[in-house]
Design a protein around this ligand. Structure first.
Ligand code: CUA
Length: 367
């Protein structure tokens, strides 16, 4: 084995195995062929028709090629092959057949676009806004009760299964792109532009989403989850989210966390969190960073970098210096806050919870 080959076997193979292993650990499959989505189904049916035609063309052309090579191969006995020019019938066939094929594909494509592109009347509207490096999901039809604004969540998109979702994508800073492959097509999220299209799934579950346009150093750390709930559970969630008012801090730790969040801590050079983050039912109304209203009910941190327990373990390091965990993260570092203060902020943030019956994690399987 030469050095390169050895390096391949000693490095590339184990890391490939590791990748496969971690994919299995996450138990999540990204699948554009997920036929529980009507969007994917329509594209898939069209693809099958085109693939079948392509196979027929391949077989036909291969047959014609071998037939011609065999029939008209050089005859060693004659000095010069038979000379002829043109074949009107064959040339007509070679023009007409491709025109028919292209026409069929055009009709199929136009038909599929006419099905998947228009927004159905009963679709649920959600605005998805990409930012460096996270997603805001806003429900324009769900006003906050007794307050201003509409229900908003960060990096976790909750939808009802079995209903068309009209996503309107835009971006705050640079071009991002929204794609939840199991639920339908991908679209660019462009600053100053709004694009609406559909996603949907019949199958309740947690699905993976990604940003798919290179947008900066943490492009690959700009993931999101789509949690598709059965209709009744979604209705419970959205009603609770509309009625949500952040609970008042209870413990000493939560109270200190609350104070730092709302007022900052001058002695540690820490600015107040509320200028960038919103918490429904408090004076915090910032829209620069992700909405923190029911942070305690979420399962991910840093736009999907950490999940479950790893999420809890990384809250303090995240507040302390998020660029260490996510290159290009725009949140300033809070390095002078003591470990106690960071813990208190964590305690306060984790206390921001939806009622248990309205929380959306753990209710549906991870797909
Ligand atoms: Cu945002 Cu890539």
């Amino acid at each position: 084995m030469n050095t390169l080959t050895r390096q391949f076997f000693s490095r590339a193979l184990p890391s490939a195995t590791l990748l496969l292993g971690s994919a299995a650990l996450a138990q999540q499959t990204i699948n554009v062929g997920d036929l529980n989505s009507s969007y994917n189904r329509n594209i898939w049916y069209m693809s099958i028709a085109v693939i079948v035609m392509a196979i027929l063309i391949f077989v036909g052309v291969s047959y014609a090629l071998f037939y011609t090579v065999n029939k008209f191969r050089e005859d060693k006995r004659s000095a010069e092959p038979e000379q002829f020019h043109g074949n009107n019938r064959l040339e007509t066939v070679l023009i007409v057949v491709p025109v028919i094929i292209v026409t069929i594909i055009t009709i199929l494509a136009a038909r599929t676009m006419a099905i998947v592109n228009p927004t159905p009347k009963d679709a649920l509207h959600v605005n998805a806004t990409g930012a460096k490096f996270w997603w805001a999901f806003e429900y324009p039809e769900s006003k906050v009760q007794g307050g201003t604004g509409t229900v908003t969540n960060g990096n976790e998109l909750v939808i009802p299964a079995g209903r068309q979702i009209a996503i309107t994508a835009t971006a705050k800073d640079v071009i991002h792109a929204f794609w939840a492959p199991n639920l339908g097509g991908q679209r660019d999220a462009i600053p100053g532009s709004k694009k609406t299209w559909q996603i949907d799934t019949d199958k309740p579950g947690v699905y993976q989403g990604n940003c798919t346009v290179l947008c900066g150093p943490s492009h690959a750390n700009m993931r999101f989850k789509v949690v598709a709930l059965p209709k009744a559970q979604y209705d419970t969630f959205i009603a609770a989210a509309q009625a949500y008012k952040a609970p008042a801090p209870v413990s000493t730790s939560e109270k200190n966390g609350y104070t730092i969040f709302m007022q900052g801590k001058a002695s540690a050079g820490a600015a107040a969190c509320l200028s960038c983050h919103r918490i429904q039912g408090t004076q915090a109304a910032g829209a620069v960073g992700p909405d923190m209203s029911f942070f305690g009910s979420r399962n991910t941190l840093g736009a999907g970098i950490y999940e479950g327990q790893a999420r809890i373990n990384h809250i303090k390091p995240w507040i302390k210096k998020c660029v260490d965990l996510k290159p290009g993260c725009l949140m300033p570092a809070y390095e002078k806050l003591s470990d106690q203060d960071l813990g208190d902020l964590q305690a306060y943030l984790l206390s921001l919870k939806l009622p248990e019956n309205a929380s959306y994690w753990g209710k549906v399987p991870v797909r």
